[in-house]
Ligand binder design. Sequence first.
Ligand code: GLC
Length: 616
Amino acid sequence: MKQLIKICTLLGAIATAAPLMGQPAADATDKRVSEILSRMTLAEKIGQMTQAERKFATPEDVKKYYLGSILNGGGSFPGNNTRAEWVEMIDAYQDAATSTPAGIPLIYGTDAVHGHSNVRGATIFPHNVAIGATRNPKLAREIGAATASEVAASGVHWTFAPTLCVARDDRWGRAYECFGESPQLVGTLGRAYVEGLQGGPLDSANIRHNKLVATAKHWVADGGTIYGTGDEGYEIDRGDTRLDAAELERIHIAPYVPALKAGVGAVMVSYSSVNGTKMHEHKALLTDKLKGELGFDGITISDWAALEEIPADTNRERVVRAVNAGLDMIMEPENWRDFISDLTAAVKAGEVPMARIDDAVSRILATKLRAGLFDAPMAPLSSADGVDSPIGNPEHRALARQAVRESQVLLKNEAGLLPLKKNARIFVAGDHADNIGLQSGGWTIEWQGKRGAITDGTTILEGIRSLARGQVTYNAAGEGAAGHDVAIVVVGEEPYAEGFGDYRPAPCEKCQPLTLSEPQRQMLARVKESGTPTVLVVISGRPLLIADEIASAQAVVAAWLPGSEGAGVADVLFGDYGPKGKLPVTWPRSLQQVPINIGDTNYAPLFPFGFGLTYQ
Ligand code: GLC
């Protein structure tokens, strides 16, 4: 396979002036790919390069246009979101794909970015920033494996995870999707996560064994953009990263190398730009660097309708520039027919060399072969209802609770207020104390996430109640704290995803001020007025600008976005497990310090990268 890829890439490169590369030994996959490719029409080849969204393509469309892939966007699920309905949906697409003349199986992708987070009842693991706080690659690998098991049980073959962004600016709405601000930390945990999802290099992925094709995203430097350069009304998301080659390599490219060495099957390209060039048309970084120098032989896939953001007069021009730059599969959720017709016309007009098309299709075919899709296209029998489902099973929930525990970062603990005594009179306040939607954050059931009992699991308050042996009083507004031994006040952010989470000072329609809301401030003031010693628990995807609130609390825990197993926070508050988390990102004193990262000159944050107290 690698040999054929190299040849096609080489031909494609000669056609587009890419460098010469070595020639590894051919293998069985190579031969099968070239045999299949030789029988394919142009329409079948371009169909394989097309990924549509489930709401905008039917199995009949898959058959008619030879579509190579279907995805669901965040919050897009079949029927009542049961496992049987997922299996039924994907098998219907697969039936259509394998009934075409070439019989090439379809690959179905989803954003299982912290568990199978579209599916109600699935285990929701802490978001990546929390995994970064654990510093535990073994745990990351186990989370990848558990996630793969739940996702594959629903018939899905491919996840658009892990995100290998390096979070350099807390004002970015996707900072929580990164394992942290350190390239080394991101690289180590990213590799482990890929190994868990795929079970190793793709040849061993074999969907029948409940593994997935993983995706390193978003190539490259999505976390390094400059505030104020954001796209489409965003402040920093999809903006421009401005770095010289050495810094780009050190900070944003380096974390991909371990994942590439682990054999990650796909790389998703970033909406953002590098030094003014959109990544979706950046041939030097897509073909010469990623595929040439780094030897990536999997699939590059575009982001959601990202070609539309390439500055060109016509869609056909955007398609030509993206495919010639090195995009292999195009995620064109709704307007996929336009993509097919524009690329077809461009190939016929010689604007895109056939060698580039053959390189892209070879990569797609090889990925499907190596993932076992040709051998086992239909969902594993165990995916049908009535057989033990791994979705949300107790072992996975226990693993998620362990991840919650290990990710808690103790920032302050005056007079040994923590751990709590189990027979203490405990007062609990804050909406975030009793709300699975708030503690899970974005990319949970809905794209943007949302408040409420949106899925199964335990809230922080339920965890406290299950461990306490004395009185526990809950009042979301913070009324009635007097007379208790300790108050646990849980504050934090509303759920958000992507640019909607970008920093925006009040007043604005959907503000993300990085500070507490006015109702939370009033709730805190009520508890403070009671004179009750206070533990502040912060539910957020990033450090918040709350130096004053931290100063007035006796103890502070950064709990991040723990997901469905909120009880893990209580495990640490009561000392059943000591806090071991270390900050994966620098915690600034004020907005004036942002962006601030380890290694900066004049580095004087509120809490440094790597900070975290213990009970000893
Ligand atoms: C989104 C995100 C990307 C995700 C894709 C599919 O816009 O940028 O991370 O995988 O679309 O949902």
